[in-house]
Design a protein around this ligand. Sequence first.
Ligand code: SF4
Length: 433
Amino acid sequence: MANADRSEILFEDKKPPLNRAQATIEANRCLYCADAPCIKACPTAIDIPEFIRKISTGNVSGSARTIFSSNILGMSCARVCPVEVLCVGACVYNVMGVEPIQIGKLQRYSTDMAFEKGWSFFTAGEESGKSVALVGAGPASLACAHELRVLGHAVTLYDKRPVSGGLNVTGVAPYKLKVDDAESEWAWVSKIGGISVATGIEVGKDLSWADLQRKHQAVFLGFGLGEDARLMVPGEELSGIEGAVAFIERMKLSLVSLEGVKRALVIGGGNTALDAVRELKGLGIADVALVYRGSEAGMSGYQHEWAHAKIECCRAHWHVQPLGFEGAGRVSGVVVTSLDENKRPIHGSEHVLPADLVLLAIGQAKLGHLVEALPGVKVEHGRVLHDGSGRTGAPGVFAGGDCANGGKEVVNAAAEGKAAAHAIDTYLRGTHG
Ligand code: SF4
């Protein structure tokens, strides 16, 4: 994929990397806490003081090994993790009123160098003769597949889409992680060997679940989430109204034309909505605003991301609910009603917010129904249930990532994928050993 053919290249890195001197100075500030709260705040439990200590002594290779041993997706997580509410937010310096350690940037320093220098830390285990199918080729499946290779099992990832990598390739804000970075991560992780990928195959349609289970001794469900949810209000079929996740994917994989778009609205108050307003602003749209039914303090998106969006001059309409869209062929505005503090419509408050482009960021479809044909797999509110270690309760079927957690961070997918790999290994060595 050529860089010039993608709109995402317009974005600069919003968290530029540290150089060697900066990394060393920052690493030397760490207190190397016993019982470190930063480790507890990391879903993959990276030994943070240990990798920082290694940077301070110039052992960057050892530092990278420490990170990747806990989280094989440590490079992308260094860029995309909401560190403000995870490790950095837990750093003891916060309670002292001192600037916390820039853990994400230090992690990026070590993992970037590992990629640049081509360091490899892992080899495949002795072949077990067992094979695992991973449904979905996103972060959860990649983390699971790598760990399964370390444990000696053969793996094949199946994805209905033509590109592998899942949301790390198509969904992450480009000022955090670009397609090239995600593709290099895939290539670097795959250096362990034996990770087969079958793209363009939809399990349950092109290949039945029964055939999949005949071919493989275990199955990992890591198929993520589905399409953007719709509001189901009048006028939604007008052009210029699009799902935010679909738009972000288009912008990351191709050139999008925003000619004539001066005012854009993003409906929603979660992290996808926040990414979308910042991306639209970055693409040069003069007036970009959120449309949210709750308050600024009550939005589900991270407050630190909203603070950045405000610095970039994004606006918001709080306490409003869309009733429909106006326009002739193309959208020209969103009809909204104001809501009172109990989120009840205020009679007579209907008005129109003008817009040339509207993105819907009100959630994505849960895909639990896809596994109805798998006996014993339980689904609740569209999410695949498991025991916390990936076991679904159906023999040989495991799950993790967004399809099970409903949509969390890449670091959660990495943690759940790895945990499931160990549950799969126990299963294969026990019942099939
Ligand atoms: Fe270092 Fe902060 Fe973690 Fe303590 S809590 S080990 S100071 S990063």
